[in-house]
Design a protein around this ligand. Structure first.
Ligand code: FES
Length: 92
């Protein structure tokens, strides 16, 4: 059985935090190679526009922009809905 999980990130930049006096940069874009830390891969998001959903594979390769995502239950997820979406799907 292969499982797939769709995780949507709204941010296109890292988060800076002070951890016990040390400045740490956490990934906010979801494309990092060194989670939870920023690896600089967020540079791939500089071309992204607000009215599109950008789909990347697990290696950070852009598969393409889409206008919306249709879930198994027929629900349509648009860019403006993304703040509330974190869905997982399972397939055999
Ligand atoms: S914020 Fe994700 S790699 Fe930098």
């Amino acid at each position: 059985m292969v499982k797939s999980r769709l995780v949507i990130y709204k941010s296109d930049r890292p988060y800076q935090a002070d951890v016990y006096g040390v400045s740490v940069t956490f990934c906010g874009c979801g494309l990092t190679e060194t989670p939870p830390f920023c690896s600089g891969r967020h540079i791939k998001t500089v071309h992204e526009k607000q009215d599109k959903i950008y789909v990347y594979d697990s290696k950070g390769v852009l598969l393409g922009p889409v206008k919306h995502i249709v879930l198994e239950n027929g629900e349509i997820v648009k860019p403006e809905d993304i703040y509330m979406v974190s869905k997982a799907t399972e397939r055999e």
